[in-house]
Structures are given as C-alpha cells and as structure tokens.
Design a protein around this ligand. Structure first.
Ligand SMILES: Nc1ncnc2c1ncn2[C@@H]1O[C@H](COP(=O)(O)OP(=O)(O)OP(=O)(O)O)[C@@H](O)[C@H]1O
Length: 367
C-alpha cells in the first residue's frame, strides 16, 4: 500500500523515436514512432503499479523513461521532485544528484543473463556496484552483505552460489541474482520489466511471491511490466496496488487492481480481461469484444481515441477527438480515457462507426 509520499512522477510523458522509412531516401522517409504519448502517473513510496498491454504498446519504453534510461522527447520524469534529466547536466545544480537518482531507481529485465558478465562469479558481479556506492565497506563486509542478500532471495547455501559463474545458474537463479543486485543498491523503486515472463510457468508464481515479500520487507516501490494480465494482476492484487493498461503508447486505464478488473471501464481493458481465461471468459462473449483484430501501427496511430478502429463501441466522436483521462470513482484513483465513462458526453448522441454500437454492454464486468 502506498503512502502520500511521491517517489516518481511522470507528467505528460512522451517518447517518440525517429526512424528511417523503408524508401530510397532516408531523409525524406523518416518516420516517427509514438512509443509513449501523454502518460501521467505518480508512484508513491511502497507503491506497486503493474502495467499491462499488448506487445508494442510502449510498456518497456515507459519503464525505461521512468527509471532514467530513456530520455523523454516531451513531458517530464521527476524523482522526489527533481527532474531526472535536468539533474544530469554538469551545469545543473540539482536538489538530488543524478548518480543518487540512478542508484535509487533499479531495473530487472526479462533476460537477466544479458546483464551478468559471463566471466565473473556471482560474488564478483554483485560486489562491483557495492564497491562503487559504498566505498567505505571493506572487502569482508562487502562479501558478508552480498552473501546475506543471496541467502535472502532463497539461494542457499549462499557460498556455493556466490562462487558460481552465470552459465552455472538456472534462469530463475539468474533472475534472483539480478534482484539481489537491485536490492543491494537500497533502491526506492525497482522496475521489473517482464521479469517473470521467461521463467517456467511453475516458477513464475514463486518469483512473484518473492518480489512481493521483498517489496514489503525492503519498503521498495515496484513498477511491474507485463504483457500478461494474469501476472500483472497477481502482483497488483497481492500488493494492494494499481493496475495500468497501455494501448498504443497511451495509459488508457489506471486504478486499484481489483476495481479495474471487477469493473473495467475501457473497452480495451475488457478485451484483455476477455483474453485471460481465469478472469471469466466463460461468462463473457465467445468472440473477443473487438471489431478488428489487427493492432494499428504506432508510426501512424489512429486519430481521436487510438482504440476506435477496434472498439466495439466507437462513434464518430471517438474517431475525431481523443477523450481526456477522467476519474470514475470519488477518490480519483480509478481513471480512464473513454467517453463512455461520462454520462452526459456528446458521445452518446454521436453516430456509431460501422459495426459498432453504443449500447451498454456489461457482460465483461462482475457487477
Ligand atoms: N529505440 C527504438 N527505436 C525505434 N523504435 C522503437 C525503439 N524502441 C521501441 N521502439 C518502438 O516503440 C514501440 C513501443 O515499443 P516497446 O518495446 O516500448 O513496447 P512494449 O509494449 O514493451 O512491447 P514488447 O512487449 O514487445 O517489448 C514499438 O513500436 C517499438 O518498435
């Protein structure tokens, strides 16, 4: 559960990539990939936010921008009130030094092996960052600290694991080493980007339980990213956290996990819920609740609401103008970018697009 203290604040965040088109002239054919567009999100101390969305919806780019690994092209990312990128320049005089911000925001990836030096033992890999950040620690204390954390993530006896090389570890063990490396920095927030996706199904829950246990014990916030709603839900619900849904670069719904899943407001959240068997496809429609299966290209996203090309409830209004994010509960924690959440919006009198209906459909809610 989060406190009122804001650790990380994304404000109208935008990350666009310029890339060359497929034509003969690389300059005239440049294209803009709108990977993240207008995302605002505050993450508090001890807060857990799980972001879910289809491949290419911008989750990784959002996560990297949140921890300072990707420079935004618009909007801002602040750590405890200090703009991360303004803290970076040598001429700046930040309230929090950039190095400290980077230490406080850690990341664990889908492929932890790529972040481990194959020629170094676990002990050596884990000692290096400690040496940098806590130079006052002597070699013995450093080793003791590393061993303590290795044991803490369930790798026992720790001496045995400490002297292994990455190729002598299983995928799950490598992921635990990556977790130790993050925790040794005493971070305020850990970005876990598809951190359990590559693990065997049987190990996923075990790893997520470990993340949850450590989150509480170390008072760390988590930004958990997954393309899989059941994983995102597991983390967010168990941590009493929030679930965010991304579609084509935009955060279309955000709220307490149980509330978003019990009463999804965005038609795209309903699609994700439909596609996750344990969340009740049995009671819902037999076909996915979309008019169009294909996901549009983020180089040229649809006008208005980006989901309008697939949405079963889209009208001319959705095609023309993008809806603002509005609150659907009294405390403003459940937010959605959809006209259907506003009773008196012009949407209700707008003409439905081909194959769409504005009728209220509650087959994917539990209410
Ligand atoms: N460095 C880059 N240069 C150009 N385009 C990029 C770059 N990084 C990401 N993209 C594009 O930005 C969009 C969002 O990518 P991103 O990896 O953030 O999505 P994602 O939701 O994490 O998807 P996945 O789960 O497949 O990684 C995609 O269209 C991707 O091709």
């Amino acid at each position: 559960m989060s406190s009122d203290e804001t650790v990380l604040s994304l404000s109208d965040l935008e990350v666009h990539f310029e890339k060359e088109g497929g034509g003969l002239n690389p300059f005239s054919d440049r294209e803009t990939v709108r990977a993240v567009d207008g995302v605002s999100l505050d993450i508090g101390a001890n807060d857990v936010v799980a972001i879910v969305g289809e491949s290419g919806s911008g989750k990784t780019t959002l996560g990297k921008a949140a921890v300072g690994l990707q420079e935004p092209t618009g909007g801002s990312v602040s750590y405890r009130g200090q703009d991360i990128w303004q803290a970076k320049g040598w001429r700046s005089n930040p309230s929090i030094p950039h190095d400290e911000i980077r230490r406080s925001l850690q990341i664990i990836h889908q492929d932890p092996g790529s972040a481990l030096n194959p020629n170094r033992t676990v002990l050596s890999s884990l000692s290096a960052p400690l040496k940098k950040w806590e130079p006052s620690l002597g070699p013995e204390d450093r080793e003791a600290r590393v061993l303590h954390f290795i044991e803490r993530v369930g790798m026992t006896p720790p001496h045995d694991y400490a002297h292994r090389y990455p190729h002598q570890l299983s995928g799950g063990e490598k992921q635990r080493v990556a977790l130790v490396r993050a925790l040794l920095m005493n971070p305020d927030l850990i970005l876990a980007d598809e951190a359990v996706s590559a693990l065997d199904v049987s190990l996923r829950v075990e790893m997520m339980d470990l993340l949850l246990e450590l989150q509480t014990q170390f008072d760390t916030s988590f930004l958990f990213i997954s393309h899989d709603l059941s994983n995102a839900r597991y983390i967010a619900e168990h941590a009493d956290g929030r679930l965010g849904v991304m579609y084509l670069g935009e955060l279309v719904e955000l709220g307490p996990a149980d509330e978003v899943l019990r009463n999804p407001q965005h038609p795209y959240t309903k699609v994700l819920k439909w596609a996750t068997p344990e969340l009740g496809r049995d009671e819902g429609p037999s076909e996915p609740p979309v008019r169009e299966i294909d996901i549009p290209d983020p180089v040229n996203p649809p006008s208005g609401c980006r989901f309008h090309t697939r949405c079963p409830n889209a009208t001319e209004r959705c095609k023309r103008t993008a809806p603002d994010v509005t609150s659907v509960d009294s405390d403003g924690r459940h937010r959605v970018a959809c006209y259907r959440s506003t009773d008196d919006d012009a949407y209700w009198n707008s003409d439905p697009l081909d194959g769409a209906t504005v009728a209220i459909d509650d087959t994917t809610t539990d209410d």
